[in-house]
Each structure stands twice: as C-alpha cells, then as structure tokens.
Design a protein around this ligand. Structure first.
Ligand SMILES: Cc1cc2nc3c(=O)[nH]c(=O)nc-3n(C[C@H](O)[C@H](O)[C@H](O)COP(=O)(O)OP(=O)(O)OC[C@H]3O[C@@H](n4cnc5c(N)ncnc54)[C@H](O)[C@@H]3O)c2cc1C
Length: 342
C-alpha cells in the first residue's frame, strides 16, 4: 500500500475531467483498509472513496486522500435449493460480476448489465435499470466505519434503500467505506422483461413465444443492445450517465402540469406521488443536443451531460445549474443531481 501525491485524476473519472488528488492510495483488502485508517498521519485528512469514478464530477483539485477500492473476490457463502448467496469485493467491476452470474446461471442482476462502476459503489445509490434495483437482490454488506475503524454489517433494511438513495448518501454520508456486498441470487431465474424496450428487442430476436422462455443471457444481451444504442460510451465521450434524478412530485402537482402540458409523461410511484422523467423535462426546456464550449447535452439522451473534450468540472456544473434553473422556471420542478459533485 503506497500513498502517492499530486496525481492526475483524469483516468479515474468517466467524465474525463482533468483534476488532481493531493494524496492517492489503492487498497486491496479490508485489513489493508483498516491499517490505513488507523495511521495517525491520515486521521484528520479529508477522504474520498473512489470506485470506477462513473458517478462523480470533480470540480476542483481534491485536497485530501483518495482511497481507490481494489478489494476483489467473488465467494459463494451459502446456498439452498432456490438461492445462492455470493459475497463480492467492493473493487470488483459491476458489469464483470453480472457476466459472471450469467455464466453461472444465477439470476437477478441481468437487467443491470453494462452499468459502469464497482460493486462497492452499487449500494450507495441503489443502482437500478430496466425495472430492477440492487435492493431486489441485496442480502447484506460489510463496511468499515472511518472514525472507529470497526467493521459493521448492514442488512437491506438498515441501508434504507430508496430511488437512487441509501443511508450512505444521507445520514451516514462520508462515514463508512463499503468493503464487500453479499447478494442473494436465484438458481431458477424468473426473467423480468416488463420495463422499457426489453420485450420489443426479445420479440424481434426470439419471436412472441420465445420471449416467455428467454434466458438470463438473452435478457442481458437485449439490455446491452438497448444501452449501447441509447447511451454514450464514456470511452468515446466523457459522461457520468444520467446527471439528474427523475423528480417525484405530488399527484396534484402532476395533474396541474398535465393541464398545461398534455403530453407530460408520469409513472405513479405511490398513491399520492408521480415520477416524471427528467430527460423529458430537460428536452422540453430546449436543452437536448445543445453545446456550450467544451460541454454539452447529449443529442440522444437529454439526461446525459457530456465533456466534448478538455472540459473543466466547473463548466459541467454551470451547465447543470443552468438546466436546473430553466426546468424550474418552465415546470416549477427543481431537479436534483444524481451525480456526486466533489
Ligand atoms: C454511461 C453510464 C451509464 C450509467 N447508467 C446507470 C444506470 O443505468 N443506473 C444507475 O443506477 N447508475 C448508472 N450510472 C451511474 C454509475 O454507473 C453508478 O452510480 C455506479 O454504481 C458508480 O460506481 P463507481 O464505482 O463508478 O462509483 P464512483 O463514481 O467511484 O463513486 C460514486 C460515489 O460512491 C462513493 N463510493 C464509491 N465506492 C465506495 C465504497 N466502496 N464505499 C463507500 N463509498 C463509495 C464515492 O465516494 C462517490 O460518492 C451510469 C454511469 C455511466 C457513466
């Protein structure tokens, strides 16, 4: 474990923003992480935990210690006739883990194929796509508390998962480092094709009868195909996926909106609340495909802000702020960033 100083973070964030870390260290085991946290010299230094850097925006030099999670390993911990429990190191790549599950025939995460980043960051915002969130397959996680250096296990209930939320983004923000996550996966998977274009793609590929008996691999392939056709690849154009969360508004507010904008889409999330796609709001406010210097709004997906080359984090932040203001002016809804602004 070697702490290095003043290193570039450009390769460590999918926005491809140039920034530097005052100090940077990679940890490969829980013991190594605990050893680092016990060192007196770092006790009072601000710390940032880094996975794949696919959900953050650096807006300045990071004047503290960045801890890059490299804890690896996929371990089968328990099984019965129906389920299998696997404990996965925080530093494992999420998509590679999904591919591993598919090879083994373990169902539950196939709809979450191709989400960038690490396993350890996945519970932070309860990652989700195509009708599935990690809370649906989550069993528990092990985290290390930064101040006491104690290991602690969290159940799903204790994580308080919500839409792109968990206790680690709210009341425990900045207090814990997730070291491993245990998932409960199905040995007899039931596929979920109800959301988005999955069914359409599978029908095209397998026919109407074939859809019902599609395998988890076929579902995963369909998800990968849809994502590749809709979302920009960070290797080609810097971005962090959806920049904003979809706002959830009271039903009365949604009904008032419908009177003004008859095409406004909405999905009920409870008896009194409706989720409105932020991408639609941003597009209607006229931002889709717009470019401003080194930054812009993606031309196929208005929810994605992009680094057109050489952008500063502050430029992206300013664009996000302008979008937020204009959406609020037009629709009376304040959209909130999903991306962690550092
Ligand atoms: C093209 C693209 C598509 C995307 N699509 C989706 C999608 O469909 N659904 C979705 O939910 N997200 C999506 N995302 C967002 C992102 O992939 C996820 O949020 C992912 O879980 C981030 O993982 P990461 O390892 O890159 O986290 P990072 O960006 O490194 O970190 C994110 C946050 O978590 C903290 N953190 C990271 N690891 C740990 C740890 N082990 N312990 C404690 N804190 C930690 C960091 O400090 C930071 O605050 C997308 C991103 C991109 C670029």
């Amino acid at each position: 474990m070697e702490v290095v100083s003043n290193i570039s973070l450009k390769a460590y964030n999918t926005f491809g923003i140039e920034s530097t870390a005052r100090h940077f260290v990679e940890v490969s085991s829980v013991e190594e992480l605990q050893e680092l946290l016990r060192l007196q010299e770092w006790k009072n230094t601000p710390k940032l935990i880094l996975g794949g850097g696919s959900n953050l925006l650096f807006t300045a030099q990071y004047d503290g210690l960045i801890i890059k999670m490299n804890i690896r390993g996929i371990e089968l911990v328990e099984e019965n006739d129906e389920f299998i429990w696997v404990k996965v190191g925080a530093g494992e790549n999420w998509h590679e883990f999904v591919m591993h599950c598919i090879e083994q025939g373990w169902g539950g995460v196939e709809n979450l194929s191709l989400i960038p980043g690490t396993v350890g960051a996945a519970p932070m915002q309860n990652i989700g796509a195509y009708g599935v969130e990690i809370k649906d397959v989550f069993a528990s996680l092990e985290a290390v508390k930064i101040d006491t250096v104690q290991r602690q296990t969290f159940s799903g209930e204790e994580c308080q998962f919500g839409y792109r939320e968990s206790v680690f983004k709210t009341i425990y923000k900045g207090q814990y480092i997730i070291a491993s996550v245990t998932f409960r996966l199905s040995k007899h998977p039931e596929i979920n094709t109800s959301y988005g274009a999955i069914e359409e793609v599978l029908t095209e590929r397998l026919g109407e009868v074939g859809v019902k008996s599609a395998s988890i691999r076929e579902v995963s392939d369909a998800v990968i195909h849809i994502r590749q056709s809709k979302l920009p690849d960070p290797q080609e154009i810097g971005n962090a996926g959806s920049f904003f969360k979809n706002p959830v508004v009271p039903r009365e507010q949604f009904e008032t909106l419908q009177q003004q904008f008859d095409k406004v889409p909405g999905y009920p999330v409870s008896k009194n609340e409706v989720k409105v796609p932020a991408g639609w709001l941003i597009e209607q406010a006229g931002w889709k495909g717009k470019r401003f210097g080194n930054v812009g709004v993606h031309d196929r997906q208005a929810l994605v802000l992009v680094n057109l080359g050489g952008a500063q984090g502050e430029e992206v932040k300013k664009l996000a702020y302008d979008i937020q203001q204009s959406v609020e002016e037009k629709f009376g809804i304040l959209i909130q960033p999903e991306v962690n602004i550092i």
